[in-house]
Write a protein that binds this ligand. Sequence first.
Ligand code: XMP
Length: 507
Amino acid sequence: KVLILDFGSQYTQLIARRVRELNIYSEIHPFNKIPNNLEDYKAVILSGSPMSVRSEDAYHPDLSDIRGKKPMLAVCYGAQYLAHFSGGEVAESNTREYGRANLSYVEENETFLEGIHIGSQVWMSHSDTIKILPENGVLLASTNDVQNAAYKIENETTYAIQFHPEVYHSTDGKLLLENFLVKIAKVNPDWTPNAFIEETVEDLKTKLGNDKVVLGLSGGVDSSVAAMLLHKAIGKNLYCIFVNNGLLRKNEFSDVLEQYKGMGLNVKGVDASARFLDALKDESDPEKKRKAIGRVFIEVFDDEAHLIEDVKWLAQGTIYPDVIESVSATGGPSATIKSHHNVGGLPDFMKLKVVEPLKELFKDEVRRVGASMGMDKNLLGRHPFPGPGLAIRILGDVTAEKVRILQEVDAIFINGLKQAGLYDKVWQAGAMLLPVNSVGVMGDERTYEKCVALRAVESTDGMTADWVNLPYEFLQKTSNDIINKVKGVNRVVYDISSKPPATIEWE
Ligand code: XMP
């Protein structure tokens, strides 16, 4: 496996993704928590950073156990850090070096650059520049503005690049990573979904033995794939609980429950809609709504878990971005942009050991693993849906009637997307019920009814998102259908805000 030391760049997760796309397993650790078992890692990559190496509080970890001892690739800040501390010089650059650039010089006969030619587009994002290479540094590539765009250290397997190989705009970035990892560091690209499944099922068998495990299914991709892996490992000792909080999509509870049963899962559906609605009564503050739902969920889940005699473990569908976000929230270097929803929700009184079979995977990898286990495409391709469900899409207080209206609207929108072949092109879609009434006219009658906003975004991880340019004809038909079929709604608008500065949900 490969170690990625994170200096807080917004692109660090992308490095891990690219490496895994090469079928090589990689792990991100904060720069100040270098793992003790370095011998288990075949290569090390240093990430970029928002810091300047010249600033006093910049991150300057001791790399003496790594440099020269293991193949190392230093990216952006990493490249500057390496230069700064080994006799080179880093200075503020005169021109801003952001965005596209093209290589104007490429060293020939260099394994690291095999297949990469003059003109290759690279993505720069830095305000410092390497003026003088470190001791024994050998220049490998330049752009017009950046002389020292890539270098290596002679007689070591130490490489450094000023640009970001991990972003798609660096067109040969993946090839560079492959050259470094496969040709130089000699890492075997043998990490595939099937290898992962085999290994994980074996590990789970050993870890869990004959213990009972309880897992909360949500209908989403992560918890479903986690359940299938556990099911493969321990069969009937996996007890799944699927709670209906009354805030799911139309018919979702019964449909998904049937689907789970069809997959052979030992699943109990618990309809607690009334309890949730009761807890939400007259509450219109978004965070208080979230908290109320979280609290009732834990109560319901705990009641159910207590019915399973001798249960020892709680399984969760935590995935890698969740883990990284909570690491950064607790002292890692990257800025926390959004507090995370699924980690840390375990109440003390449940006292169960936690097992998280997906915690090393990204979302697309989870989908690949699910597909390799033969899971249904429709289940794996489902849009993300927030834990608090429609409650945070009903702005203001939640009532049973509002839930009903929004379920109808949402169903028309989502089914429409499916019928138009647009569903898979959208990362997430849904409808918001706004707390405004507006005047309309139907027949000869004046109406004064609700307004709904439709939202469809493209994204890769939910951290940033842009609204989708849905065809006008589609919007037109959807709007007509909604206003004609859903009683209580007389106006439909489409949300054209990106994240940032807006968010995906309205609450
Ligand atoms: P925002 O609105 O922050 O949403 O741009 C980003 C992603 O997170 C989902 N989301 C939530 N998921 N509990 C969840 O489980 C929540 O409270 C919550 N709030 C937002 C949202 O649907 C989107 O996918």
